[in-house]
Ligand binder design. Structure first.
Ligand code: DGI
Ligand code: FE
Ligand code: FE
Ligand code: FE
Length: 187
């Protein structure tokens, strides 16, 4: 297996500096949330570091993986925003030889969440949203809620994202709606 340093180099190689720095901040933020929530900080760190590994791949690369691996064809109706996590996990598996399904699932679920999310999934989903480089209206509220209750953070982010997508007339991936419905108890 690759060492952390080797993984950092692989991530840096595939991303521009801005995106690479974001990955390093998510790694650190995920470790912090893992420690607060009694989750393995090592796994959180790896998943956080790698979560956007595939963010700058071409549509062509993603479409090839979706077809070659016979993934759900509904994916083809969406784009990079959805693919870089759900399909990106396959590139992490194949190129970085990481086969830990806990880590791969956390990457798969980092953008749209899921009806069922492990604590590790929740941590990466929230670390991506509240890492110190994020600056959007409500980010401080998001940070406060998340440190108080990881699950409440998940609902908050999902609600905010869905509102933003509707406000901007963006297509909604069905998984995003499934997450929103499943997390209704966490308000
Ligand atoms: O990759 P990052 O920018 O760090 O963050 P992310 O993976 O959480 O991606 C966030 C983007 O994904 C944000 O611009 C909203 C978009 N997104 C999330 N859910 C959906 C979506 N876009 C569409 N079209 N549909 C969704 O359901
Ligand atoms: Fe992402
Ligand atoms: Fe996110
Ligand atoms: Fe990210």
């Amino acid at each position: 297996p690759y060492t952390r340093k080797q993984l950092v180099d692989k991530v840096q190689e595939k991303l521009d500096d801005k995106r690479f720095q974001h990955c390093l901040r998510v790694e650190k933020q995920a470790m912090e949330l893992a420690n607060e929530n009694n989750v393995d900080p090592e796994k959180a760190a790896i998943a956080g570091l790698l979560h956007d590994y595939a963010k700058q791949r071409s549509d062509h690369d993603f479409i090839k993986v979706i077809n070659d691996k016979q993934m759900n064809p509904v994916l083809l109706d969406y784009g990079n925003a959805i693919w870089h996590g759900v399909v990106g996990a396959e590139l992490i598996k194949d190129e970085l030889h990481i086969y830990d399904e806990d880590i791969l699932n956390a990457v798969r679920r980092h953008t749209v969440g899921a009806a069922y999310m492990t604590k590790l999934d929740q941590i990466v989903y929230m670390a991506d949203y509240i890492e110190p480089g994020r600056d959007f209206p409500g980010v401080d509220k998001a940070r406060q809620i998340t440190h108080e209750s990881l699950k409440k953070g998940v609902f908050f982010q999902t609600q905010q994202t869905l509102s933003y997508l509707v406000e901007n007339a963006k297509p909604i991936y069905p998984g995003t709606i499934a997450t929103y419905n499943a997390w209704q108890n966490e308000k």
